[in-house]
Write a protein that binds this ligand. Structure first.
Ligand code: 0RA
Length: 637
């Protein structure tokens, strides 16, 4: 025994605090849903990440156990166990039971890593059916168990820690009476977060294992966020090596990694105390404005930008930019409880300063790279100019022609967009069948001839010049670019209907890329679908059956047994092989058809995926296409 059991005023206060967490979990961990459940894990792992950021730990092991308990083990200094001077109980017990106690004592260094609301591990303890902590320190192994936040006995020594081994091992089982709904940890969700944590905590090794499935992953990035940028650009052509910059200003750690590529898109991610701030904030603004300023200054000084030329805009300097900015702040201010936007004003000044100095030096010392980056900005600026002119022309034209619909669009009679559908069909012949087969009251048909443009590899001006794309934009009624307005959408469902062959899947991909790049809200709001035409028609004893998958065809033939010799099997190579009635019956009739809803679960991942799919690198594209089918959720209507 290392402490007396005491039930004084302090412990009563403690228990009241934990009761408050159990009564109102929403206030402390953001709810009782799957997201909140995952946050319990992050809260515990954050403590180990803090040890790593303090330079005291380089190994973190996380496992989801068979009983859905979670273990997090690190080789840090171990949570202190000595008796807390005020509370007269072990520091370990205090950390585990007092809200916000986590980093308040012990040696220097402040708590920097995220936490959900910075409540610390005690909130997790309160929401756990049980929790056990093992601390290796001073040659001993200390142990304490808790149930629903209450200590079960005092801190005990249960063994000897070999040599100078130190660390903390925490296992918790969430309380199913609180997390009632959906309660299965998702490996991929957790893995994504651990990968980010490992990127922004250079040198730490995070091993993550799922005992339920046997899956495991190890993350270790010697290069920290430099590796992160390399990872993001793994399928892009870069213009120079990653530029890494780092400085502590006024107690705030600032790190950034920057690399330009030949892509047309921007991939910039920001982190505050290891949390991915998806809505950016002052660190993001600081990074962007520094890059724009430095590039303009250098371009003027070196004469690459002439006196008569206007400055590059922020958009010009962001085309092809991949960057990470990561800050560590003792007192981060976020816009809301969800921690997606950093608000500290001083951070913008510091990031601008650090990135400004370092990137200026980089350009001065690497004139070749500087020239490449500026050439890229020039092309981007000229293209934007051309696009603006082209768009103005399109807008003026469409104002004149007052929304003329494309000639080949067979529109529907219904005007209420919540009831209407637009089928985008490959080829004129399938378009013909679809026009005859449809219910013209609410279904419109737009046939596309041949392939539309690869919009990933072309700029807006060129895209707007393509007739198929033009027809698509005016049929949808929302405009494009800066003038895009989703309220103009003329159809509630946009359905891509292509042949079940290689060309069909290519056209489908080109369309998906176009929508993702230029009309993402169409996907986010759930308007985009993929039609599912049958692969076979099997006729047996004058009974026709449509089959949508090879496996179903095989199953049916097996079912027919010997009789299958009498069946006639027709394989549909294209939509054009179906007559209008068949097309209606199998693919367009809301009573019978199956549609796949296209969703973007994670925009950042989709960004990488689309780039990979449509970019220049060939191998990863092939790999992606093979696994693509699984990513689209099924939706029966
Ligand atoms: C307070 C003080 C010290 C370490 C820790 C907390 C600590 C907490 C956790 C939680 C998970 N792993 C952890 N590792 C360390 C510093 C103690 C010292 O100076 O020795």
């Amino acid at each position: 025994m290392v402490q007396p059991a005491s039930y004084d005023a302090n412990s009563i206060q403690v228990l009241e605090g934990l009761e408050a967490v159990r009564r109102r979990p929403g206030m402390y961990v953001g709810g009782t849903d799957l997201k909140a459940l995952h946050h319990l894990v992050y809260e515990v792992v954050d403590n180990s990440i803090d040890e790593a950021l303090a330079g005291a730990c380089d190994q973190i092991e996380i496992s989801i156990n068979a009983d859905s308990s979670v273990t997090v083990e690190d080789n840090g200094r171990g949570i202190p166990v000595d008796i807390h001077p005020e509370k007269k109980i072990s520091a370990l017990t205090v950390v585990m039971t007092v809200l916000h106690a986590g980093g308040k004592f012990g040696g220097g260094g402040y708590k920097v890593s995220g936490g959900l609301h910075g409540v610390g591990v005690s909130a997790v303890n309160a929401l756990s059916e049980w929790m056990e902590v093992e601390v290796r320190r001073d040659g001993n192994v200390y142990f304490q168990r808790f149930e629903r936040g209450h200590p079960i006995g005092v801190v005990k020594i249960i063994g000897a820690a070999k040599g100078a081994v130190t660390g903390t091992k925490t296992t918790f089982k969430y309380d199913p009476t609180i997390f009632k709904e959906e309660t299965d940890f998702r490996f991929d969700t957790l893995m994504q977060r651990f990968r980010e944590m490992a990127f922004v905590t250079r040198g730490v090794t995070i091993h993550f294992a799922d005992e339920r499935s046997g899956r495991e992953m190890t993350f270790h990035f010697e290069g920290g966020i430099t590796s992160f940028v390399r990872y993001l650009n793994r399928n892009r052509e870069n213009l120079h090596p990653v530029v890494f910059m780092e400085k502590i200003v006024d107690g705030i750690g600032v790190e950034a990694a920057v690399q330009y590529t030949d892509a047309f898109t921007e991939s910039v991610y920001s982190f505050a105390n290891t949390i991915n701030t998806v809505d950016g904030g002052t660190h993001m603004t600081g990074l962007r404005s520094a890059l724009t300023r430095v590039i303009n200054d250098y371009a003027r000084k070196s004469g690459l930008l002439k006196d008569a030329d206007p400055n590059f805009s922020g958009d010009d300097t962001r085309e092809g930019l991949t960057a990470i900015v990561s800050i560590k702040h003792p007192d981060p201010q976020f816009e809301s409880q969800t921690k997606v936007k950093l608000m500290n004003p001083e951070v913008q000044t510091y990031v601008t300063q650090v990135v400004g100095e370092a990137f200026t030096t980089f350009l001065e010392e690497n004139p070749g790279a500087a020239k490449g980056i500026i050439a890229k900005c020039l092309t981007s600026s000229r293209a934007r100019d051309a696009a603006r002119k082209a768009r103005d022309l399109v807008i003026r034209k469409s104002a004149l022609e007052s929304l003329t619909l494309p000639g080949k669009l067979a529109d529907c009679s219904e005007k209420d967009s919540s009831k209407t559908e637009l089928y985008i069909v490959e080829g004129d012949s399938a378009g013909g069948s679809a026009k005859q087969g449809r219910d013209r009251h609410f279904q419109a048909i737009l046939p596309l001839r041949g392939k539309i443009l690869n919009t990933e590899r072309a700029r807006l001006d060129k895209i707007l010049g393509n007739n198929e794309v033009k027809a698509l934009i005016s049929a949808l009624g929302m405009g494009i670019g800066d003038s895009f307005d989703i309220t103009g959408l003329r159809y509630g469902r946009i359905i891509i209907m292509t042949d079940a062959d290689v060309d069909g899947s290519h056209i489908r991909t080109l369309l998906l890329t176009f929508f993702f790049r230029y009309m993402p809200s169409l996907i986010e709001d759930g308007h985009l679908y993929i039609a599912q035409p049958p692969l076979y028609r099997i006729e047996h004893k004058k009974q026709a059956r449509y089959v949508y998958a090879d496996a179903d065809k095989d199953a049916y033939i097996k079912e027919l047994g010997k009789d299958s010799e009498k069946a006639s099997i027709q394989r549909y190579k294209g939509l054009g092989e179906m007559n209008p009635e068949q097309l209606w019956e199998t693919t367009m009739d809301p009573q019978n058809r199956t549609l796949l809803l296209v969703g973007v679960e994670d925009v950042a991942e989709a960004d990488r995926t689309f780039d990979m799919l449509m970019g220049d690198a060939v191998d990863p594209r092939r790999k992606f296409i093979q696994t693509h089918a699984k990513k689209v959720r099924n939706l029966d209507i």
